[in-house]
Design a binder for this molecule. Structure first.
Ligand code: NDP
Ligand code: 8X3
Length: 256
């Protein structure tokens, strides 16, 4: 049954964001789900409302649009909602070319989504949290924000930015009792690689061959843990990896 707490999840139409929606719905939270593919959000909302007797709001949104955050905040205030948790999850990698062959369109998609999009949403939701005197922001970073790897250049830079912004946001928001957490996963099998390789399923599938990657639900469990701690306890940074992955570049694969 619903517990009157509201989680806002960006990028909830797929992968980690969708798994978080399912996990928090199961825990009785009401949800505000956002993504560009609203057709998917509609189906997810119907399913979760029916299964868990919660309220699921949806907002079609491209986080790259400067007004997206403000529109989201407007929806929240218009509907008299109190955001307890913001999961800044929407993000992507596009391409894996070395720096001297990189495509500037790809770079802009990553910078606009992973950094600027996260900032637009955060800038709009944090005043609601400071005004209400509580809140929690969980940024989905990456192992790519801790270590670089060949061809990772701009994607890694965006996730290093998420790492830095998480620390900076915590400093700015600590006087208001608002928690700020980063969950930084290694390899998770989602649509991520399909997007990175621009629909090339053969290349995407190879990323996860020969080992057991994290599932989106594994990451959602970690996010849930961070959100479930007592008011005086905060996880600053949680790096979660498949057991077979020792670093961004070292994955122990058993090939047949
Ligand atoms: P998916 O591709 O499965 O999901 C990405 C989500 O982001 C989708 O819901 C997509 O929705 C949304 N999204 C992308 N661009 C935009 C945009 N411009 N505006 C709004 N929503 C957008 O990948 P993951 O679940 O793997 O990725 C989620 C996060 O996890 C990302 O930040 C990624 O960097 C991070 N991550 C992923 C890892 C992995 O190995 N998979 C590891 C570490 C971190 P839609 O297309 O409908 O807009
Ligand atoms: C996604 C993980 O290693 O492909 O952030 O960059 S990685």
């Amino acid at each position: 049954m619903e517990n009157n707490r509201l989680a806002i999840i960006t990028g909830a139409s797929s992968g980690i964001g969708l798994a978080c929606a399912e996990k928090f719905a199961e825990g009785g939270w009401n949800l505000l789900l956002t993504a560009r593919r609203s057709d998917r959000l509609k189906l997810i909302a119907i399913k979760l409302e029916k299964a868990f007797k919660i309220t699921v709001h949806i907002q079609e949104m491209d986080v790259r649009e400067r007004e997206s955050g403000a529109q989201l905040a407007h929806y929240i205030t218009r509907n008299h909602l109190n955001p307890h948790l913001l999961i800044n999850n929407a993000g992507l990698a596009v391409g894996i070319e070395p720096i001297h062959e990189g495509l500037t369109d790809d770079w802009e998609r990553m910078i606009d989504t992973n950094i600027k999009g996260l900032l637009y949403v955060t800038r709009s939701i944090t005043p609601l949290m400071t005004a209400q005197g509580f809140g929690h922001i969980i940024n989905i970073g990456s192992i790519a924000g801790k270590e670089t790897y060949p061809g990772g250049n701009v994607y890694c830079a965006t996730k290093y930015a998420v790492d830095g912004l998480t620390k900076a946001m915590r400093m700015d928001l600590v006087p208001y009792g608002i928690k700020v957490t980063q969950v930084a996963p290694g390899a998770v099998e989602t649509e991520f690689s399909s997007v990175r390789f621009k629909g090339d399923q053969t290349r995407a599938t190879k990323v996860y061959q020969g080992f057991t990657p994290l599932s989106p639900a594994d990451v959602a469990d970690a996010v849930w843990y961070c959100a479930s701690l007592p008011a005086h306890v905060n996880v600053n940074d949680l790096v979660i990896m498949p057991t077979a992955q020792a670093s961004a570049t070292i994955i122990h694969r058993k090939m047949e």
